[in-house]
Design a protein around this ligand. Structure first.
Ligand code: AMP
Length: 511
């Protein structure tokens, strides 16, 4: 038996691994495929000697670097389950994840070590190692001390390779369990669908703790033997400088709105590029049109989620239609059903999107009831997204059944923010909604009903700082005498969204 996911990477290795670049960073560091093999082998050995056994979770909250990619691959080769955490999570948030996942090892930023060691201790975690943005720390030293030869731990297609936490509508985050074959099959599918080859050079400016940057981007490059220009974060000027050497970029809509603001974005600047993809949040049709007018490229929009990897994509060849997410990918079955009765709906009818295929995850970690509730008896996963399939077969996402806000590509569940605000003295209640925002897609906004001694906007924002990851904090806090409610007493968030729809019309004032 082989290690299912790493076997795919071995199959796709370039003919001369030492001469072929895998990752290049803006500071001029270059890592070949031979370096990838050696360094991931050293990390696998370091994990094993730290006591990590097959099936154990390895939790990681570190800044982006090439080293964290090698740590991810080392975890896969050691048969462990990689568990990346958003770098914005605060210590109390990390405490929940470590307590729930019970990893054997936790790797964090050296600057946060002192604050997080007690958190890891409380969660029963055995060891804490560190890794910084430059790729140094005790985890890197542990790998330095090891040989690079390692025999990949055999893993079945169904064995877990990763757990990625998604926020829960009822407050509790859920760990989506992803198998070796969930990741390997999706990487293979995307290589085919988007025509990736060893000649590709991908601009990678996404975070690596989320499915988009970690799996969609990195696994697709690995499964094609291509290379990446690895940026720590979105930097429009640097991206424009790199485009003449690159062939492709994967981004969230914010990438495209930011780049469009740069006068350097022209047809000539993008002449060497063959593909721009967008996902994780809706790309406005006007952004698609503006990009096409400026560069001559039609952005390829696709749709997926942590639980399903990628499910649909606009065609590589054929019409990429703005405002749609294209067709179900090969091997993926997608249907739209009546959310109440579950009856399949015909084309153009809006309902709940359900998907099934080798891309769909294995369930939520230690939440069998939640898992059972989100899967139909015939194996379809209920995505929570509302949409339709048009007469030509293109899928449209029209909204979210679950009350999720997506801001700059990150998910925010209103309930979590509301709970923090409601706990403040002088607050009667609050409603948190997402409002259209040109830069972030949606801007997190709180509407607060206060009593006599109500806090003001600045006080609410100060209260949330440090309690919640920054991306979850409202951009604006508004005040109202009461919240609109329906006959059942439910707050009508649609009415609030309509009332304040223009709040961020001039995004530059608020971001
Ligand atoms: P995540 O699990 O963080 O990747 O978030 C998944 C959610 O992002 C999906 O359930 C959708 O609501 C949303 N999403 C992803 N891609 C798109 C897209 N192209 N258009 C609209 N919504 C999207």
């Amino acid at each position: 038996m082989t290690n299912h996911l790493f076997a795919l990477i071995r199959e796709a290795l370039p003919a001369d691994p030492a001469a072929s670049t895998f990752i290049e960073t803006p500071d001029g560091r270059r890592y070949s495929y031979a370096d990838m093999l050696a360094r991931s082998g050293a990390y696998a050995n370091a994990l094993v000697s730290a006591g990590v056994r097959p099936g154990d979770r390895v939790a990681v909250q570190v800044e982006k670097s090439a080293e964290v990619v090698f740590l991810y691959l080392g975890a896969v080769r050691a048969g462990a389950v990689f568990l990346p955490l958003n770098t914005a999570y605060t210590a109390p948030e990390v405490a929940y994840f470590l307590g729930d996942a019970e990893p054997a090892l936790f790797v964090c930023d050296p600057a946060k070590r002192e604050a997080l060691v007690p958190v890891a201790g409380d969660a029963g975690t055995i060891r804490v190692l560190t890794l910084d943005a430059a790729g140094r720390g005790s985890a890197a030293e542990a790998a330095d001390a090891q040989g690079s030869e390692c025999s990949d731990v055999p893993r079945d297609p169904e064995d877990l390779a990763a757990i990625l936490y998604t926020s829960g509508t009822t407050g509790r985050s859920k760990g989506a369990m992803l198998s070796h074959d969930n990741l390997a099959s999706n990487a293979r599918t995307l290589v085919e669908a988007w025509r990736f080859t060893a000649d590709d050079v991908l601009i990678h400016a996404l975070p690596v703790f989320h499915t988009h940057g970690l799996f969609v981007a990195i696994n697709t490059v690995l499964a094609s033997g291509g290379s990446m220009l690895f940026l720590p974060r979105l930097d429009a000027g640097l991206i424009l400088k790199l485009m003449p050497r690159a062939t492709s970029m994967m981004g969230v809509p914010t990438f495209y709105t930011r780049l469009l603001k740069d006068p350097g974005l022209t047809q000539a600047a993008t002449a060497h590029m063959r593909l721009f993809t967008s996902g994780s949040a809706p790309l406005l049709a006007e952004t698609h049109a503006a990009w096409r007018a400026r560069t001559g490229h039609a952005i390829l929009e696709r749709y997926g989620m942590t639980e399903t990897n990628m499910s649909t994509s606009n065609p590589y060849e054929g019409e990429r239609i703005a405002g749609t997410v294209g067709f179900p990918l090969p091997g993926v079955a997608l249907r739209v059903v009546d959310p109440d009765t579950g009856a399949p709906l015909g084309s153009e009818q809006v309902g709940m999107i359900e998907v099934k295929g080798p891309n769909v995850f294995k369930g939520y970690w230690r939440m069998p009831e939640k898992t059972a509730a989100e899967f139909k008896v015939d194996g379809f996963f209920v995505t929570g997204d509302l949409g339709k399939v048009d007469a030509r077969g293109y899928v449209h996402i029209v909204g979210r059944g679950k009350d999720l806000i997506i801001t700059g590509g990150f998910n925010v569940y209103p309930k979590e923010v509301e709970a923090e605000i409601d706990a403040m003295p002088g607050v009667v209640e609050s409603a948190v909604i997402g409002l259209p925002h040109a830069d972030f897609g949606e801007g997190v906004t709180a509407i607060v009903v206060g009593s006599k001694d109500a806090p003001d906007e600045a006080a609410v924002l100060a209260h949330l700082e440090g309690r919640l990851a920054r991306f979850k904090c409202p951009k604006r806090v508004l005040f109202a005498d009461d919240l609109p409610r329906n006959a059942m007493g439910k707050v009508q968030k649609n009415a609030l969204r309509d009332r304040h729809a223009d709040l961020y019309r001039d995004a530059s004032k608020t971001s």
